[in-house]
Ligand binder design. Structure first.
Ligand SMILES: [Zn+2]
Length: 161
């Protein structure tokens, strides 16, 4: 279930508060840099200009910290949602008692699929690869590529019946 302490904005990993904080920090930093620019432009005193430059750099760092915090918030929320979706999918599959998606018997070591960037290999009918671009390889090829068997479709178990 969605975490209600986060934002109501569906489809984004950020709450309105996260976005508002980032916008405020960026606006403050932009204003600070502008003020530093105006102050440095109004004098020919080098040390004053250098002080303005240093303060402007601090403002830029503040804006950068705000952006980094926004990205960190997004990553954390995405991890939470991913684990929720994985759990829901696992529960749904368990409830349907799917006896490992269909594959022709006798082809246990062949016709196992995976795709670029995937860390697991699957039976061709696995829900986790439905609709994805996958390559069909032998088990040994998948293992050689550093992949592990899927925890949902168990491509290493024999299909009986
Ligand atoms: Zn699978």
């Amino acid at each position: 279930m969605p975490d209600n302490t986060r934002g109501e904005m569906q489809g984004t990993p950020w709450s309105p508060r996260d976005l508002l904080r980032t916008i405020l920090l960026a606006s403050m930093a932009a204003g600070g840099v502008a003020a530093c620019y105006l102050e440095a432009s109004s004098t020919i005193n080098l040390s004053t200009q250098l002080i303005c430059l240093a303060i402007a750099i601090i403002f830029v760092a503040i804006a950068g910290a705000g952006s980094a915090a926004l990205l960190a918030d997004g990553l954390r929320e995405i991890r939470v949602r991913r684990s929720e979706v994985t759990q829901q999918l696992t529960d749904a599959i368990a409830q349907r008692r799917v006896p490992a998606p269909a594959a022709p018997p006798g082809l246990d070591d062949r016709n196992l699929v995976s795709g670029v960037g995937m860390s697991k290999y699957h039976r061709p009918g696995c829900l986790l690869v439905a609709g994805k671009f996958v390559d069909t390889l032998d088990r040994s090829d998948h293992l050689h590529a550093g992949r592990e068997p899927c925890d949902i479709c168990h491509p290493d178990e024999r299909m009986d019946g």
